[in-house]
Design a protein around this ligand. Structure first.
Ligand SMILES: [Zn+2]
Length: 110
C-alpha cells in the first residue's frame, strides 16, 4: 500500500458538490496513522476542497470516509502517538461513517 495507490483510489471518488471525479494531481496525502490515511482532495471543476480518510488493510476491503471537517482532521492530526485508545476512537469513528462511504464508492465505480 503506497501513496500512488491512495491517489488512484481517490480518482474513483466524485466531488460531493458537482459530481466530477477527482484528479490524482489534485490529491494530497496529509498523513498516515497505521492503516488510516488522511487525504486532501480539490475538485478541478468547482474547486471544492474535501478531506478523505482511507483505511487500507492488505488482503481486506478498503474503506474511504469522506466529508471530514477540519476539526475532525485536526483531532487526529494532533495525536502524536497512536495507542489503544486512539485505535478504539478510530473504530468508533469508522462505524459512524460506513454507510456513507458505501454510497459514495458505489457511485464512483459507476
Ligand atoms: Zn466539484
Amino acid at each position: 500500500m503506497d501513496e500512488k495507490l491512495i491517489k488512484r483510489l481517490m480518482t474513483n471518488i466524485k466531488c460531493s458538490v458537482c459530481g466530477e471525479h477527482y484528479d490524482r494531481e489534485n490529491v494530497r496525502i496529509l498523513g498516515r496513522y497505521t492503516d488510516l490515511w488522511f487525504v486532501s482532495v480539490c475538485c478541478l471543476s468547482c474547486h471544492n476542497q474535501g478531506l478523505v480518510a482511507a483505511v487500507l488493510k492488505e488482503g481486506e476491503s478498503i474503506e474511504l470516509i469522506t466529508d471530514l471537517t477540519e476539526d475532525e482532521y485536526m483531532k487526529f492530526g494532533n495525536t502524536a502517538t497512536v495507542d489503544a485508545d486512539d485505535v478504539l476512537d478510530v473504530h468508533d469513528f469508522l462505524k459512524d461513517f460506513d454507510g456513507d462511504f458505501a454510497r459514495v464508492f458505489m457511485e464512483g465505480a459507476g
